[in-house]
Ligand binder design. Structure first.
Ligand SMILES: *Cc1c(COP(=O)(O)O)cnc(C)c1O
Length: 405
């Protein structure tokens, strides 16, 4: 077992060796520019790109012509939100999103507010989920776009995408979804789910970093975008720049593998996640699940451990690579904006840990991680007067336990 154990699959994933193998010829042998029309080098590169486009389209139920290559989800989100806002500004200037979205969405929304657009930030429920009723209530005659993520990257909660998509289509409002965490983990079908724009990223699905796509619907309705990058007119004018052929080949392979292995991997990772969850909840008291037990990713577990401090906990489990809901490495002690949006209390947000289970996670690793975290929490609580008080039935919420750092 290699230490530290990697359990941060929502932050990034390693490349699958089959992906690397598929990419290699495109660095040195078939290195052509996919836009070169006059010779074999260009044709080979173009053929590889078109094959990848098909593999990606198949994973999400799209037509290959609807796939636009980008440098990743952050760029795709920028293109989708700014591109739609600029294109449809005459129709309306109102956009709906949620306060638990990824920063890539929230920061673009903030930027658009500065440009004169009005953004409604829906509050998710305590499990991190947005209801279709909340979207319906926020829609206005001047709403041009609804932007809601498929799966939350911190707590794994799934939004009711199909219902929201159907509502948007009924009302004639475009629907963008950030499927960076969902693609390859849960079934995605842009037709059945009524999605108009969707992003996914290579490095979250065992492909390379720095490559992703934006799906842009071509029919019913045909979505138009203002390009955010000028020059060359690649990707049907929506994203100029010479295509990153090896990475695109890798992304295509990653999507093909994700599609083929989705049912078995979803079941396998969910079983490992459930095992981890069961052990933590069986062997510790005062533990809180952050997320939605019913509607969630198969490979994510986010829990808060009351009466322990997040930083000490992370240090106490240094053989397990995980993320915490507290920005413990930065100077500020801001808890995660997602947990805040879910109204998880400040103290619980600071002591939260996100476990990400992935394609290369083993049962042995999960048991090691479970024992590590359970041991660390028990050790830290032995030193905690607040835990003592809680055991005696005194409400430690009345005590400011974070003060003495
Ligand atoms: C990782 C992630 C992003 C950003 O993707 P990049 O390809 O790294 O830019 C956006 N949204 C979600 C939900 C993510 O998990």
């Amino acid at each position: 077992m290699k230490l530290p154990i990697y359990m941060d699959y929502q932050a990034t994933t390693p490349c699958d060796p089959r992906v690397v193998e598929a990419m290699l010829p495109y660095f040195t042998e078939s290195f052509g520019n996919a836009a070169s029309r006059n010779h074999r080098y260009g044709w080979e590169a173009e053929e590889a790109v078109e094959k990848a486009r098909g593999q990606i389209a198949e994973l999400i139920g799209a037509n290959p012509k609807e796939i636009v290559f980008t440098s990743g989800s952050t760029e795709s989100i920028n293109l989708a939100l700014k591109g739609v806002a600029e294109m449809y500004a005459e129709k309306g200037k109102h956009i709906i999103t949620c306060s638990a979205e990824h920063k890539a969405v929230l920061d673009v929304a903030k930027h658009l507010e500065q440009q004169g657009f009005e953004v409604t930030y829906l509050q998710p429920d305590k499990s991190g989920r947005v209801s279709v009723e909340a979207v319906a209530a926020a829609l206005r005659p001047d709403t041009i776009l609804v932007a809601l993520m498929w799966a939350n990257n911190e707590v794994g909660t799934l939004n009711p995408i199909r219902e929201i998509g159907a509502l948007c289509h009924e009302k004639g409002v475009l629907f963008f979804t950030d499927a960076t965490q969902a693609a390859g983990k849960v079934p995605v079908d842009v037709e059945a789910d009524h999605v108009d724009l969707l992003c996914l990223s290579g490095h979250k699905i065992y492909g390379p970093k720095g490559v992703g796509i934006l799906y842009v619907r071509r029919r019913n309705p045909r979505v138009r975008l203002v390009a955010q990058m000028d020059g060359g007119g690649h990707e049907r004018g929506m994203r100029s720049g010479t295509l990153n052929v090896p990475s695109i080949v890798g992304l295509g392979k990653a999507c093909e593998l994700a599609r083929q292995e989705l049912p078995s991997e979803a079941a396998r990772t969910a079983a490992l996640r459930d095992h981890l969850e069961k052990r933590i909840f069986a062997e510790l008291d005062f533990v809180h699940l952050n997320g939605n037990r019913e509607h969630r990713l198969p490979n994510n577990l986010n829990v808060s451990f009351a009466y322990v401090e997040g930083e000490s906990l992370i240090m106490g489990i240094s053989d397990v690579a995980v993320s915490s809901g507290s920005a413990c490495t930065s100077a500020s002690l801001e808890p995660s904006h997602v947990l805040r949006a879910m109204d998880v209390g400040e103290d619980l947000a600071h002591s939260s840990i996100r476990f990400g289970i992935g394609r290369f996670t083993t049962q042995e690793e999960v048991d090691f991680a479970a024992s590590s975290v359970i041991g660390a929490v028990k050790r830290l609580r032995e030193l905690s007067p607040l835990y003592e008080m809680a055991l005696e039935g005194i409400d430690p919420k009345t005590v400011n336990w974070q003060a003495p750092h």
